[in-house]
Design a protein around this ligand. Structure first.
Ligand code: AMP
Length: 475
């Protein structure tokens, strides 16, 4: 059976509010960029756990009627990213289970690198799995733990797993948030009137008029109940390794991490890019929306005017998630259009946040040339993406990453740009909070994976997962 290796997700939870499921619905709506494949909410009225999950977007899944069926003063929710292959309801979260101590729901963002090994062991000992998600391994380990208290069972389970996790658990009367010791994926603590909130990103707090209290620390567990928030640090300390790609692409620009908005971090990346990869030109244009803050920074630093030369149609899904090259090719045109009036006769600097396979960039450059550009200079506000992520960002296997197999000059030729320039790894770190401190995971750019694993095996699993999962015929 295939395993989920690519778990790009958003998680959210509310404790102590009479309309907790409605707030969770709003929170998930603000985190929709982190996952568009499925969404779910589990709530508790102090005695029972109720839940609803479906494939699709938050706004399409939940209405007054479904939210009425999720009563109680605590709730957690999850949005899951659409990846190729195993796009099935059984992989939607929160996972809700009954075990010795009652009901438990869990929402997970991140990716475990030893889930398949643990799962094999558990299956050999008789465990039956219902999904292909690594999160289910955590649930089995909790159920089998010999510890008495739930929080100790959670710690017991998490001590066995390796990789990235930000988790929110819900019992009938408590909400528990945990971040892995490296703090790969984000998790913030917030406050609403009479209640507490956990969220992948702070932008979700703004929507529900909540207040950001702080980030949950790497390796910290927060237990939220009637008495308030209790913090424990049950794991062996490890070097902080927050995912730098959250700043480059994944998080929303209006989210705040380590006291700085992602918007300002991205703008700084643009400034640094202008310092490192300057070129004479007439206008700077972003690839909307991901390249926008960096293009503003590039323009400010270089003094070259910022223009909107490309317009995005917001009603199309991200092309990145489409499986076939032929569809992807079509997708870019569906999503973006060039403004001839802005571009014609100009030497254009085009800013995007990253190049993965190179498909988007090539199409965009063709489009800009067709709109009459005299020169096209492509500038990327991150270093070449040379390595896959195994900790929760959806990237293809190594051989499909254009920067893994081609030099910058070769990529430039493939894209058909006049020049191509990337931000340096050092430059990127300088733009992020901590300014050069060794607190980030940048494995997608450097290949330095903070948590080790069998690389060949992960690649095999990655490949296997991109096939539609095997269905067992029952009739
Ligand atoms: P590609 O066409 O494969 O080179 O994809 C590059 C585009 O995908 C860029 O415009 C990025 O903003 C976007 N992108 C980069 N990483 C991801 C990701 N993990 N998920 C979705 N889109 C991404």
């Amino acid at each position: 059976m295939a395993f989920e290796l690519r778990e790009e997700c958003g998680i959210f939870g509310v404790f102590g509010h009479p309309e907790s499921s409605k707030l969770t619905y709003l929170g998930l709506h603000a985190l929709q960029h982190r996952g568009q494949e499925s969404a779910g909410i589990a709530s508790s009225d102090g005695e029972c756990i109720f839940f609803h999950k479906e494939m699709g977007l938050v706004a399409d899944i939940f209405d007054e009627e479904t939210l009425e069926k999720l009563p109680g003063h605590l709730a957690i929710g999850h949005v899951r990213y659409s990846t190729t292959g195993t796009s099935e309801l059984k992989n939607a979260q929160p996972i809700v289970v009954d075990f010795e101590q009652g009901s438990l729901a869990v929402a997970h963002n991140g990716n475990l690198v030893n889930a398949h090994v643990l799962r094999r062991e558990l299956e050999r000992e008789g465990s039956i799995f219902q999904s292909s998600m690594d999160t289910e391994v955590i649930v089995h380990l909790i159920a089998r733990s010999k510890e008495e208290l739930l929080e100790n069972r959670i710690v017991d389970a998490l001590e066995k797993v390796k990789g990235a996790y930000s988790l929110i658990f819900l019992t009938s009367d408590r909400m528990i948030g945990v971040r892995d010791p490296h703090g790969f994926r984000p998790l913030v603590l917030g406050k609403v009137k009479n209640g507490w909130v956990l969220s992948s990103e702070s932008c979700a707090l703004d929507l529900i008029e909540g207040e950001l209290v702080r980030e949950v620390d790497p390796g910290e567990m927060v237990i939220i109940d009637e008495r308030g928030v209790t913090s424990v640090r049950p794991f062996l300390p490890a070097p902080q390794r927050f995912c730098i790609f959250e700043f480059v692409y994944f998080s929303r620009p209006d989210s705040i991490f380590m006291g700085t908005s992602v918007y300002n971090i991205r703008k700084e990346m643009g400034r640094q890019l202008a310092r490192e990869q300057g070129v004479d030109a007439d206008i700077v244009i972003p690839v909307p929306d991901s390249g926008l803050p960096a293009a503003l920074g590039y323009s400010e630093e270089s003094g070259i005017p910022f223009m909107m030369g490309l317009i995005r149609n917001h009603y199309v899904g991200r092309t990145f998630i489409e499986p076939q090259q032929s569809i992807r090719h079509f997708g870019v045109k569906l999503k973006l259009n060039a403004i001839r009036d802005v571009i014609q006769g100009k030497r254009v600097i085009v800013i995007d946040d990253s190049i993965v396979r190179g498909t988007t960039g090539r199409k965009i450059i063709k489009m800009i040339r067709a709109a009459g550009a005299k020169e096209v200079h492509f500038r990327i506000s991150s270093p070449p993406t040379e390595y896959p992520c195994y900790y929760g960002i959806d990237t293809p296997i190594r051989r499909d990453l254009i920067a893994a197999t081609h030099s910058i000059e070769e990529i430039n030729r493939y894209l058909t740009s006049d020049t191509l320039g990337y931000l340096s790894v050092r430059g990127l770190h300088r733009c992020c909070p901590g300014q050069g401190a060794d607190i980030y995971c940048d494995a997608c750019f450097t290949g330095k994976y903070p948590v080790t694993f069998d690389f060949a095996e992960q690649e095999q699993l990655h490949l296997f997962r991109s096939q539609p999962s095997v269905k067992i015929k029952t009739r």
